[in-house]
Ligand binder design. Sequence first.
Ligand SMILES: [Mn+2]
Length: 433
Amino acid sequence: MSKLDQKHFEYRRNKLFKNMEDNSVLILGGEVEKARNNDVNFEFRQDSVFWYLSGLEEPDALMVMLKKDSEQYILFLQEKKIEEEVWTGYKIGTDKAKSFYLADHSYNNHETDKFMDLLFSCERIYYNLGSSKKIDDLIFQGLEKFQRTKSRSGTPNPMIIDPSILIDRLRLIKTKEEINLMQKAIDITAEGFRKAIENTSEGLYEYEIQEIMEKEFRMQGAKRNGYPSIVASGKNACILHYVSNDKKLENNDLILIDAGSEWDYYSADITRTWPVNGRFSSEQKDIYQLVLEANSKAIEECKVGNTINEPHMKALTTMVEGLIDLKVLNESVEEIIEQRLYFPFYMHSTSHWLGLDVHDAGNYKDLEDNFTKLEAGMVLTIEPGLYFGDMAQNITKNYKNIGIRIEDDILIDRSGPINLSKDIPKEITKLEK
Ligand SMILES: [Mn+2]
């Protein structure tokens, strides 16, 4: 159950109602159970959009938001059956759902005929076609039926419109309440990182460090991670989404952890890199200093009025200049950026939105190809990195297999950037301690 008051979910729905056209209806499916094998399912997590608008955690739910004459919020839920609850746990049931989740009506989820006529009485149906086989089928069945009466009534088919733009825009700007939840996820993650850093030593396996960190997440009350933890030592740090986490830590390796706990569905997303033996080698230091400088300078660019591309360009330019100083690259800054000569060392971008999803909803460009402007309430990551993996060829210095990323979570605020993860050490002196 969410720590947010149900009124907060209602507030979100009301904002969405405002952005919907008159004489329209929105239909949204929740997450369904996914089989792992036989009668065992994967761990259930509600779909983020469904959660954002309902706060309801049960599988196989549907919601309908009708804007016609009046505004109505209608929930369709799994039927409450005592004999099934013995196996799968309690369900709220239609009666209680109405008062608890502030729905105008609620039905069992097999009573879909209750909304078919309702859908096709509107000019617009907001639905993300292809998002749910079950709803797709319902819509097509409804359309088929509608065709048969069309010739008499002359009414055209309802328009089917993807509601993502409306909803993503809401999710992109976080409220004060959401920021508090995100800060909590980040603070818990910080405790986990502290434990991981303190307990790093040669001979342990990556998954043991993972366990030490994630145990702390659980002990602090976060029951899940926002995404699978990346615990990568040595050369593995050059694999961006490495999740095998099964190598033994070696004395001269760096270890890179990219992880985030989830708190009330909000995810943190932090990366730190530190030396297994407690001391950076001079080559590791060269690269680390450079990534750290890119991280700090990019954070300064996270201000209202800049676009999301400005922090990226700042991080990129900083690292390119550094790579020239270190004689890894020989061309001019302009040439390197234009011809993407940096790509073997820096192949990802610097930021993504953060929220309910680790790569959260929200566009990075508009339809005219302009980068999104940063506004107060947006949360994004700043995560420059440099990698000397298999793509890095002909490197004269001993940078081979070094992979370093430093990632913070930044809130855009009118007063300037707020680094929500500033308490997690990233300076060389602090990490060596
Ligand atoms: Mn990230």
